[in-house]
Design a protein around this ligand. Structure first.
Ligand SMILES: *Cc1c(COP(=O)(O)O)cnc(C)c1O
Length: 364
């Protein structure tokens, strides 16, 4: 038997989440965001489940090129555009669309001679203040790009900073509207939170990411409330059991001390697998389908849980770190982070398996 830790990817859940995003933004073209290797799920692995998307969005040029080599024929949008003029011939030849967010990128486009012109999404900074042109610059930028031979067509794009907050949309939507006034180009605004609030946000292209993977973009609405299903289940097994006596501690630093005698399960999973080291005592874990809590520091290869609430657990008992039965968002909240980080940080040493249907359990 090999080390029992495995990440199971449920493609039917991904299809269902994609259908949900579609339902929210029925009139828009849907670009499924697959950056960071599909939020840690593996682009190649999940691609069959994204067949109904109108295109993909990511920021890694090598991954975009690999998609074209796998004969992916629909739109691929590079969310940060290009970083150097050396990338432009490949981008043009591969028919990749780019975000243009900085004047240096425009200079590179103006200087380039390309095999064919490129589709450009002009990024408007409406308040995120990371990438993009100020609203007042947009008309001039669009004028300039529309006279550039390397530019095929133009679209307008912005990224929402607080779409998950009740009153987090208005300012950015107003700024975008004002910046784009009179410009007859298709628009793209919505991330997952914006897709779920599509009636308020609108736009011709939507860019859902996290919701496709079954994690909620909102702090208060759970994935289940939003009708989303977990795609990745990180599962393992108990590989040893210890009987702690009162006042004994477990693991590095002794951050957990047993107040009473109880059993501790040792799980094959640690921070070198992508589980967050900063998850405190009490972070939820499923053992034999029952919710138990971590006890002791997460180490490189192992973590430990209090088995009081899973008395039937033995060596070999199944463990879910997150996924089916334990939302990644619950684990993330306990560890003061977000589902995005946990999913995208699963380490290369963790083997992946793909299932087509939900609830199919693999033998450990
Ligand atoms: C990551 C990203 C998205 C997707 O965001 P989610 O919150 O995961 O839906 C959309 N647009 C841009 C520009 C992004 O970088």
């Amino acid at each position: 038997m090999s080390r029992p830790l495995v990440a199971q990817v449920n493609l039917s859940a991904l299809r269902a989440n994609l259908a949900k995003a579609r339902e929210c933004a029925a009139d828009a073209q849907l670009l499924a965001v697959v950056k960071a290797d599909a939020y840690g799920h593996g682009i190649k692995r999940v691609l069959p489940a994204l067949a109904k998307a109108d295109g993909l969005a990511l920021l890694e040029l090598d991954a975009a090129v690999a998609l074209r080599e796998q004969h992916y024929a629909r739109r691929i949008l590079l969310l940060e555009g290009f970083f150097s003029d050396h990338e432009l011939p490949e981008i043009a030849a591969r028919r990749l669309a780019v975000v243009v967010h900085h004047v240096q990128q425009i200079e590179m486009l103006e200087a380039a001679t390309l095999p064919r012109p490129i589709e450009v999404f002009v990024k408007v900074n409406t308040g995120m203040n990371r990438l993009g042109f100020r609203p007042g610059e947009v008309h001039a930028i669009v004028d300039r790009l529309s006279q550039t031979a390397s530019v095929a067509v133009l679209r307008l794009l912005t990224h929402l900073a607080r779409a998950e907050e009740e009153d987090g949309l208005r300012e950015q939507l107003e700024a975008f509207e004002e910046a784009c006034q009179g410009l007859p180009y298709p628009r793209s605004l919505a991330n997952s939170a914006g897709v779920i609030r599509y009636r308020e946000v609108g736009g011709d292209y939507v860019r859902p990411g996290i919701m496709l993977y079954g994690s909620s973009p909102f702090p208060y609405d759970t994935a289940e409330m939003l009708g989303l299903t977990p795609v990745m289940t990180l599962k393992s097994a108990i590989i040893a059991i210890q009987d702690l006596k009162p006042n004994e501690s477990v693991g590095y630093g002794g951050i957990y001390t047993a107040a009473r005698a109880h059993r501790v399960g040792v799980i094959a999973c640690g921070y070198a697998d992508g589980y967050p080291r900063h998850a405190p005592n009490g972070t939820p874990v499923l053992v034999c389908g029952k919710k138990v809590r971590t006890a002791g520091r997460v180490s490189m290869d192992l973590m430990t849980v209090d088995l009081t609430d899973a008395p039937e657990a033995t060596v070999g008992s199944p463990v879910v770190l997150w996924g089916e039965g334990l939302p990644v968002d619950d684990v993330a909240a306990a560890a003061s982070t977000v589902g995005y980080q946990l999913l995208s940080a699963v380490a290369p040493r963790v083997p992946f398996v793909t299932t087509e249907v939900g609830k199919v359990d693999i033998e450990l």
